[in-house]
Design a protein around this ligand. Structure first.
Ligand code: GTP
Ligand code: MG
Length: 595
């Protein structure tokens, strides 16, 4: 059987001995390449400088460089029981960057404290970060015990003080261990200089750790972010392949699965690998493609889960612990691009709950989050996102924020926030309250024009004749002496802003603008007609909200794929325009838009 793996990260105040502890572990577990230790010792002697275990890491780094994308050194050592991967986080910035982006998912944190210097600012800050990141397995080593003559008192004082601090963070370390990394005391065997210490030595403690089920990704519920949908192009084959990497759990052929947030369900028919092999089960860590028993239409970015397991959360607003590293501060109201799983979409910062002064765990009152701040924030996404709370399934509870094309922050979702009103609804309410009106109200306008105002939008796939239908509707209503206005959607971009792409939020921003325009046109009493391609029902919901208070009629052309939105009418692709118009006129009459 293959040995278990465990990821460990070392943190602690500068110079307290993180690298030394790691170097010593590598040397004393015999995990260094043959002759490496001697080579580094000789080199030091030649240059007349004292030997440091930390130099071992530098020497190894060069050798291990290839294929490592993270900027912390990763070292490997092995005991009878396990393989260990230990990450040397030189500073909290690197540590956080890698933890929040998931590049270095450690399960155990070793906090190193210098026995002589005692608890320092970063000792506290790192304790906080460890707790914020949801790392529950913490070992505290009190290092450099040789500098305090291996005195029990000194160790006890540090332990008492730091325990009290961690308690405020709800962190209960597994062990405090007095060591000397440099002298090799209590590292790989019990120290005879500290016989007063009855606990495990460091390696003994590592081996005694029980790996979480939670860390065993295959035992968690099945989660597969949908990366892409591919169609077989061979003749007569209309299968679709749903591709992605399974983050956690497993699913097998025949399992009932559902895409979220669209809630489209099906059963797994086959599980395919890129080299044409098929599998019986899709397991955590594998990049693969699935075919389903029924035809479903979904967009990349959705999360595929099993119907019979714990469901993730679907919400627009959420609370999170974030770490900000953007050049510009994170500010209220501005849109940022959120990446969670395979989904990318705009979010807005709603509230800075607290900025944490991590060395003191006091909250600082600020309304923006500056570079290198750690903060508790509430965001709202433009559409529902799907996630698991951090601590339940870390892989799907972690996100990054992009500002100006760069990763500017990252964090974990700690809470789902339910709200009475989304930002858009609040906006519409406020807009209606502050709208300045003239003497002509909508009733007077309707009386003069001979009809009430409304919006009609045609939606559906490209090339099904939507625009032709919309234009025909305009003509017929016009001939009936009504006041329709057909606006081809592309006109909006020609007029209002051609730089949407550069802002990176084209679709939802376009929908919002269309909604505002449509609201204006109906406020002016028109029957506003337009054609729009939408991603999903949430887009239609948004359009309807912004367009309010007048109604929005949605005409779907072709197969109806909206699970979250009930359209008013579905017509055939290229259906006769006269017939389509007649149906719409019936609906308009039923809604008393005109008689
Ligand atoms: P940064 O990476 O700069 O944050 O430091 P670090 O925490 O990795 O510390 P490092 O291992 O580089 O050690 C800092 C200094 O402390 C070095 O000069 C080490 O030799 C010394 N040191 C580390 N451990 C011990 C120890 O157990 N006893 C004594 N006497 N010195 C130690
Ligand atoms: Mg170091």
């Amino acid at each position: 059987m293959e040995k278990e793996r465990l990821n460990i990260v070392t943190v602690g105040h500068v110079d307290h001995g993180k690298s030394t502890v790691i170097g010593r572990l590598l040397a004393d577990t015999g995990s260094l390449p043959e002759g490496k230790l001697q080579e580094v010792r000789d080199q030091c002697a030649r240059n007349a400088k004292p030997f440091e275990f930390a130099f071992l890491l530098d020497a190894l780094k060069d050798e291990q460089e290839q294929g490592i994308t993270i900027d912390v050194a990763r070292c490997f050592f092995e005991t009878e029981k396990r393989h260990y991967i230990i990450i040397d986080a030189p500073g909290h910035i690197e540590f956080l960057k890698n933890m929040v982006t998931g590049a270095a998912a450690a399960e155990v944190a070793v906090i190193v404290i210098d026995a002589k210097e005692g608890i320092q600012e970063n000792t506290k800050r790192h304790g906080y970060l460890v707790s914020m990141l949801g790392l529950k397995k913490v070992i505290v080593v009190v290092n450099k015990m040789d500098l305090v003559d291996y005195a029990e008192d000194s160790f006890n004082n540090t332990e008492t003080e730091y325990r009290a601090f961690l308690k405020k963070l709800d962190l209960d370390p597994i062990a405090f261990i007095p060591i000397s990394g440099f002298q090799g005391e209590n590292m790989v065997k019990p120290s005879d200089k500290m016989t007063w210490f009855k606990g495990n030595h460091l390696i003994g403690q590592f081996d005694a750790l029980v790996k979480d089920d939670n860390a065993d990704k295959t035992k968690l519920p099945f989660r597969m972010p949908l990366q892409g949908v591919y169609k077989f192009t061979e003749e007569g084959d209309d299968r679709r392949i749903f591709a992605g990497t399974v983050q956690t759990g497993s699913a097998k052929v025949g399992d009932e699965v559902v895409f979220l947030p669209s809630q489209k369900r099906s059963k797994i028919k086959t599980i395919e690998l890129f080299n044409a092999d098929t599998l019986a089960a899709a397991e955590a860590g594998r990049a693969l493609g699935l075919t389903l028993e029924t035809q479903v239409y979904v967009q990349p970015g959705e999360l595929l889960v099993r119907v019979d397991e714990t469901q993730p959360v679907t919400a627009r607003r959420f609370k999170s612990n974030i770490f900000w590293m953007g050049k510009a501060p994170l500010i209220l109201g501005k849109k940022y691009k959120l990446k969670i799983g395979a989904k990318r979409l705009p979010v807005r910062l709603i509230e800075v709950v607290s900025i944490v002064d991590a060395s003191d765990i006091g909250a600082i009152n600020k309304t923006q989050v500056d570079r290198h701040d750690v903060a508790e924030c509430i965001f709202e996404a433009v559409k529902p996102i799907v996630f698991d709370l951090a601590g339940k399934i870390d892989q799907t509870g972690r996100f990054v924020l992009v500002d100006d094309y760069e990763i500017a922050g990252g964090g974990i979702i700690t809470e789902e926030i339910t709200v009475d009103k989304t930002l858009d609804e609040e906006h519409v309410k406020l807009r209606e309250e502050s709208w300045v009106r003239g003497w002509v109200n909508s009733a007077k306008r309707a009386e003069r024009l001979g009809h009430k105002a409304t919006s009609i939008v045609f939606t559906g796939d490209h090339g099904l004749g939507k625009r032709k239908m919309a234009a025909a509707l305009e003509k017929i209503l016009f001939d009936m002496k009504l006041n329709p206005y057909f606006m081809a959607y592309t006109n909006l971009n020609l007029g209002l802003d051609s730089d949407l792409e550069a802002q990176g939020f084209n679709r939802s921003e376009e929908i919002r603008r269309l909604g505002e325009l449509s609201h204006l046109m109906t406020d002016a009493g028109m029957i506003f007609i337009t054609v729009v391609a939408v991603e999903d029902g949430f887009d239609l919901e948004l359009l309807k909200q912004i367009n309010g208070p007048t109604g929005l009629m949605v005409i779907n052309v072709g197969e109806n794929r909206f699970t979250q939105y009930q359209v008013d009418l579905t017509v055939e692709p290229h259906e006769n325009e006269g017939e389509v118009t007649a149906k719409i006129i019936d609906l308009l009459k039923a809604q008393s838009i005109f008689v």
